[in-house]
Write a new protein. Structure first.
Length: 586
């Protein structure tokens, strides 16, 4: 084939592909433009997942009539004069290609008026065919509507997902920017229904109510951390945001929102830093809800890594990483409260809820109570009867508890300064042992116990392979295993924490579990967790009063006493207040 210069329309379609992948990309670009134009309120209307209509209206600076045409041309921007400016960038846009890209693949209509002008101007560009700007009445600001996205690029259009899925992506974009800019009012309407609004009052917590809902927002706590950069003598990194308590988690990372200088970004290593902070506080495979803004001087971060600007590169990624982790971990340890039991709790109730509750006869209440106890509501997404959790107390430790007895040979029932506590004996002991082992290991002195006589254990081929590959970690923990003829090992010593167990069965169970993958951030941790789990007292084991007291005393000494090694809660709390309410004393 001959080499030929592509025509304008083809060039436009090709480069549009880089910036505009789907309706949500159009929404992101239009919203960023509105933010760059100093909007105070932004309203977004979506029809059919954005395939029929995407409209973003703002009350910002507006586009001067003389610039309307150039706004939709490629590489035209009002935000950047030279390459040098890129280093001190404070606007979202700078590449000058978003509007041109949207214009190339949609039926675009721009309506805009600046403060200086008494009339507005309108421009239409149908898949690249531009009309002349025409005068029209308009409010100050800009309204940009893109219709029939990708109608001229069938391959792209076909690749779009169902309307609801595309609408979901759009909602994420708006949620992220609404959280990045709490002082700006956002409204998102999908097929005529308002699905997200924020009040623009300027406060992150109230923006979070708009984006995550009141129930989730009530379980998020603020964090901030500043790391001064000695080398440069300026504030190197500032991390601020709201992070979800371990009581609310999700099955994916969709509600983990990362912003850098208020730009919504994707960054695996920052997400990982945050997730690490929840380590052992939430279950493996669950993800936190959070919104975190990292502020760094603009010349210390490169946002021009990718056309969509969602990837960034930091000059000092390690400093950002560690600052975020310190902020999050510290905040979590301070706030992790006893799992409050979601009984029927008090909150500004609607009158019909109050009536429903009053109608509840007492026997029924008694029946509901155990059912609610059974419901641990681990991810907080299915609250019963509008529960509002006891707000985080800021109390890092568990209070001093007085043991009353044992329920089902599994739960220790205790009284504390504020009501009643139920402790899962296995989960609690597992937490105690894990911390003990990790602490000793950090000091370089795993405690092991020599067996009087070596024990010969028969292992399956899988178990043998695991014993071999995890040999080093097992040794570090205090296991001493030696090959002993075919398919067997001789066990000479065990970790001291395992002392009360039958070593044969426990070692075999531990090898099975590590072989299945185990948990933890390192293999050592996986082995430590598994060992702690298998060394801990079991559910169903009767304990004496003094054993229970000892267990609680040790739990009080833990750094993160409220969750077991797997992130399950160790304690449920029924406050004095709740007790009185349940028995209608108030
Ligand atoms: P960039 O944002 O990179 O400058 P765009 O193609 O997104 O490029 O926009 C081109 C130009 O159009 C912007 O530089 C700005 O001057 C103008 N513009 C676009 N949207 C708006 C808006 N909502 N309000 C005011 N000006 C706008
Ligand atoms: Mg732009």
């Amino acid at each position: 084939m001959q080499i030929a210069t592509l025509d304008e329309a083809t060039i436009g379609k090709i480069s549009a592909g880089e910036v505009i992948e789907r309706p949500a990309s159009v929404v992101k670009e239009l919203v960023e433009n509105a933010l760059d134009a100093h909007a105070r309120a932004i309203v977004i209307d979506i029809v059919a997942g954005g395939k029929e209509l995407i409209r973003v209206r703002d009350d910002g600076d507006g586009i001067p009539p003389g610039e309307l045409l150039s706004a939709v041309e490629r590489h035209t921007t009002s935000k950047l004069q030279s390459f040098e400016d890129l280093k001190q960038l404070t606007s979202f846009g700078f590449r000058g290609e978003a509007l041109a890209s949207v214009a190339a693949v949609s039926d675009l209509q721009i309506l805009s008026r600046t403060a200086a002008s008494r009339v507005g101007w309108q421009l239409r560009s149908e898949f690249g065919r531009r009309s002349r700007p025409a005068q029209t009445a308009a409010a100050q600001g800009t309204s940009i509507a893109a219709r029939d996205l990708f109608a001229n690029v069938p391959a792209r259009r076909k690749f779009l997902r169902q309307d609801a899925t595309e609408a979901g992506y759009i909602q994420r974009v708006i949620g992220a920017y609404a959280l990045a800019f709490p002082a700006i009012r956002f409204e998102l309407n999908i097929d005529g229904k308002t699905v997200l609004t924020t009040d623009g009052a300027g406060d992150l917590a109230s923006a979070a109510v708009g984006v995550f809902g009141a129930n989730v927002a009530a379980q998020m706590v603020p964090m901030t951390e500043v790391a001064d950069d000695d080398e440069h003598g300026d504030a190197g990194v500032r991390v601020a945001g709201l992070i979800g308590l371990p009581t609310i988690t999700r099955g994916n990372r969709q509600q983990l929102i990362l912003l850098v200088n208020r730009r919504w970004i994707e960054n695996r290593s920052l997400a990982f830093a945050l997730e690490q902070s929840y380590h052992t506080l939430i279950m493996v495979g669950r993800y936190p809800v959070a919104v975190v803004n990292v502020t760094v001087p603009p010349d210390r971060v490169d946002v021009n890594v990718h056309p969509t600007k969602r990837e960034v590169r930091f000059t000092d990624e390690r400093l950002v990483f560690s600052t975020l982790q310190r902020a999050a971990r510290g905040t979590l340890l301070q706030h992790t409260p006893a799992q409050a039991v979601p009984l029927m709790i008090d909150s500004p109730l609607s009158s019909d809820t109050v009536q429903r509750r009053m109608a509840l006869a007492n026997p029924e209440r008694v029946r509901t109570a155990p059912a609610l106890f059974a419901h641990s509501d681990r991810d907080g997404t299915t609250p019963i009867d509008d529960p509002v959790r006891t707000p985080a107390t800021g109390e890092p430790d568990i209070p001093l508890l007085r043991v009353l007895g044992q329920v089902s040979g599994t739960y220790i029932i205790a009284e504390g300064p504020d009501g009643m506590y139920l402790v899962d004996q296995h989960a609690a002991h597992e937490r105690i042992l894990l911390e003990k082992v990790l602490k000793l290991f950090a000091r370089g002195s795993a405690e092991s116990q020599q067996l009087l006589e070596p024990l010969v254990i028969d292992l399956s081929p899988e178990q043998l392979a695991t014993a071999e590959s995890a040999d080093e970690e097992l040794r570090q923990l205090g296991f001493e295993l030696q090959p002993f003829g075919q398919g067997s090992v001789a066990l000479r010593s065990i970790p001291a924490i395992m002392a009360r167990k039958d070593p044969t069965k426990t070692v075999s169970a531990i090898l099975d579990e590590i072989g299945r993958g185990g948990r933890g951030t390192s293999r050592f941790e996986a082995v430590a967790m598994t060992t702690a789990c298998h060394s801990a007292i079991r559910a169903g084991q009767t304990l004496s009063l003094s054993e229970m007291r000892e267990l609680l005393t040790q739990l009080e000494g833990c750094t993160a006493p409220r969750a077991c090694a797997h992130g399950r809660p160790t304690i449920l709390h029924l406050s004095q207040d709740e007790l009185e309410r349940q028995f209608s004393r108030r």
